[in-house]
Design a protein around this ligand. Sequence first.
Ligand SMILES: [Fe+2]
Ligand SMILES: [Fe+2]
Length: 196
Amino acid sequence: MLPIQYPKEEIYAERKDDQDILYYKYIIFITLKRFPMERYDYLLKDERYLSHVEKINKYEKDRIFCHHDMSHFLDVARIAMIINLSENYDIPKDIIYAAALLHDIGRDEQYENGTPHELASADIALKILSDSSYSGEEVQLIIKAIRDHRKDPECDNRDLSDLIYRADKLSRPCFFCPAKEECNWPDNKMNHILKY
Ligand SMILES: [Fe+2]
Ligand SMILES: [Fe+2]
């Protein structure tokens, strides 16, 4: 009995597909190994989060003062990380990033209905974080830091709230701001020198 004859191109195509799939799996594996996905990364794909970011951008399109956009959120996260490492706060990176990415997320509600944005942000963050892999205790810490981020801490607690407050203030480049003269920040709170 003669062996079944398969057309050569089809066999080649099947093998090539398999090889491609293996190759892409390998690339994903290597990428994730090198850059493991952080717990805060899901925020950047959350529709509720993205819709607030978009609304804030629209409200601030013509704003001459500091913006509350993704650049600001990342500045706060990265400055908080620098302080965290250089002053040994010892707070996990994914807790700091979640708080920084969410701390001003309710700014659109302040523009819409006057709700202080630290409160609106805390409410929105609680809803979004309840679907995350952060534990209940971690969520409470993050929410507290968001709610406190405009309050001057009375003492140096060296906790997440203190860290986000400091990073938020230090992120503003007052030394290079064209609207400095019209800004209502008191002179003693402005950043006159570049620190981070
Ligand atoms: Fe704020
Ligand atoms: Fe901020």
